[in-house]
Design a protein around this ligand. Sequence first.
Ligand code: FES
Ligand SMILES: [Fe+2]
Length: 451
Amino acid sequence: MSLISDAPALAACGAPSFAPRTKVRSAQPSWGVDQILAEIQRIAQIPLAEATTLPAQAYTSQEFFDWEVDNLFRNDWLPLAHASQIPAAGDFLNIDMLGEPLIVVRGKENRVRVLSRICPHRAMDIMPEGFGYGGHGLGDAKQGEPGCGHTRLFMCPYHAWTFELDGRLKGSPEMQHSTGFQRDSWGLKEFKCEVWNGLVFVNLDGTAEPLRERLEGLSEVLAPWNIGEMKMAIQMEWDCPFNWKVLMENFMESYHHIGAHAKTLQPMMPARDTWNEEERPGYIRAHLPVKPSKRDEMQAAEGCGEFVHGLPLIASLPADARYEWNLFCIYPLVLVSANPDRVIFYRMQPLGPDRLRLLTTTLVPASTTQHPDWPAMLERETGRLRDFHLEDMEVCTAVQRGFYGAGYQRGRLSYLEMSVWLIQRYLAARACDTWPAMDTPAAPSQRPSLS
Ligand code: FES
Ligand SMILES: [Fe+2]
């Protein structure tokens, strides 16, 4: 099999080391899964004004993480890639998700599929790391860029069985004496896959309802960004020593602009002006408006031809999207920031209660990459993105350490942390099997009065 390095133009940046990984013994009492779930269900019924944080064990227990894998992840839609990463028939990406070795491949008829990399002969990984296929996760030979390439066929390196791009077995040398062996029955396993707005999702256990239906309303909201046609500009990989929910909570609440982003985001999008839309079963939406005085400055600068957001404005956006960031949490593992000049999407790959592989991808319209100043813009924006993301990585790392200490207290939430509370309500609904319906009246929007 040939591996041609024709992956789309991409700035791949390994994450700097932001904190040592120190394994600590928890001073918190050990809780079983039932106890953790009962507590989540209890606090999910509490109004936002009285809300508290989750028990520490929800972020540290291996048993609870295993419950999440079976009950939140394997039976739902998990993000793998953006379709622009595999633009041509034969382009593929190797990704490990929840320990499952996968290939995302574009077939000859232009269809995107997700196949298993486990050989149906003797269980070999057909494109293992270290055989020249690049990395599939942390510890990649080329950090930030998953194993990717272009091929006509896949070939298992163990006994040279070959497979078509759709997974069918094509060649199986010296199998003619194996009674009843039929090639048709021995292809690579195919997983259920959906491409939504250019994002490729997989459902590992094959039981998930179509994603498209759940996200119908969101498709309309995101239509002006035209995400399916965007190009990947910057991809960074982060080895995160914290629970996936720590990142989700951090990404979705903007209360922390006051502290962690005091010098970066707070002057432009003050925490107090941020707000959440009402509760929905499929996703959370938060608004981060630019403060009025800053907006006036930006409009004046735009009149002089400046790109006030860093990159050219996306021309198709409605007026109300030009001076705010829109944050979305698409359960369970996607986070999206739809900005006036770009879309940033996060793919979370949980590895354990205190470890997460995170891929942060910046998408831009093709026209942006054709701008004469694009190389300089790309370098500048890559640096900026890394700097403000590091601010989040540092706090998330420190928060995870807090869960193990005897000093950990169940904190109270601000009204600006509505997303944190909505995530608790999502977990509770999944725990009692009522999701995607809400078992209690849905929470209203927290939009501040604009007097
Ligand atoms: S294990 Fe793949 S060909 Fe034998
Ligand atoms: Fe942040």
